[in-house]
Write a protein that binds this ligand. Structure first.
Ligand code: ATR
Length: 275
């Protein structure tokens, strides 16, 4: 039997086992998918042991994605620039390979599940940490008209601007100078929501054509989603679709089969609404 798992710290709330088991059932693939909780100092040894024991693939989640990027022998072009890896597997020659499917997950959720386009749109991104860097390669490939990264620490947004300067001219901003922007999309990649907060944004930022997307999710909705709804946004989406789509891309890399994401997303929504 082929073995897969998600590695994180903590990882007990991860929905990846449920998602991948549903994909496997749907596509008639015979595999196991577990959770492995690993502290940062044990990460490399545990990953090596998993593959040495015949394991086929790992999903990597917080806080290990950057360390996974460092340890692989080969990176997909997206992962190279993303600076983080969420999917590990072995190449036919035995080298450990790393991919990053988070950006694909976000763009596919927006374009395919919600039927929206990012092409020529003005996209405001909140946050400039690892999560935002990870999605930029695919976001740029979706051909937005303009990308603005706003962050509490503006210098970190400038670092991302410089890193991607060969592909796209990203603008940077502080949160309190966004009044005139009128973005088509606002993507929340800041981790302020983990402490129940969100960046302090001008009330004029949202109009009735603004679509808002939170990269995370929470039962009952995230703080950012509630703010977006209250402010009159056209859409206030959470990251459940991104979670299922990034998983589908990992599954495809590992198994060569593309699962249908719709039924799995429905099951996940039901699970979260029952919590
Ligand atoms: P991740 O891997 O989740 O991106 P990270 O690299 O630590 O984690 O980045 C966290 C992001 O959330 C950063 O953009 C951070 O802003 P700073 O760069 O100014 O630290 C942002 N963030 C975290 N808590 C925040 C808060 N309370 N208000 C605004 N931004 C916050």
């Amino acid at each position: 039997m082929d073995n897969y798992a998600v590695v994180g710290f903590p990882v007990r709330h991860s929905k990846s086992p449920m998602i991948h088991r549903m994909f496997a059932e749907q596509t008639k693939q015979v595999l196991t998918y577990d959770r492995i909780e690993v502290a940062p100092e044990e990460f490399i040894a545990k990953v090596e042991a998993f593959f040495a024991g015949g394991g086929k693939g790992l999903n990597i989640t917080v806080p290990h994605k950057e360390r996974a990027w460092e340890m692989v022998d080969w990176r997909s072009p997206n992962a190279e620039k993303a600076g983080a890896v969420n999917t590990l597997y072995r190449l036919p020659d035995g080298r450990l390979a790393g991919a990053n499917t988070d950006g694909v997950g976000l763009v596919r959720d927006i374009e395919q599940n919600h039927g929206c386009s990012l092409e020529n749109m003005t996209v405001l991104i909140l946050g400039a940490g690892g999560a935002v860097r990870g999605l930029l390669p695919r976001l740029i490939a979706a051909r937005p008209g303009r990308i603005i990264i706003a962050n509490r620490t503006v210098s970190k947004a400038v670092t991302l601007k410089t890193l991607f300067a060969d592909q796209f001219t990203i603008d940077v901003s502080a949160y309190d100078s966004l009044e005139e922007l009128a973005p088509d999309w606002i993507i929340n990649g800041s981790s302020a929501g983990l402490q129940g907060g969100m960046p302090d944004l001008p009330a004029t930022l949202i109009t009735n054509h603004t679509c808002c997307y939170d990269m995370v999710y929470a039962p009952g909705g995230t703080v950012f989603q509630h703010w977006a709804k209250k402010s009159g946004a056209r859409l206030a989406l959470d990251g459940t679709g991104m979670l299922v789509e990034q998983a589908a891309e990992s599954f495809y890399i590992w198994r060569g089969v593309r699962p249908e994401t719709g039924p799995v997303l429905q099951a996940l929504h039901k699970l979260l609404s029952d919590q």
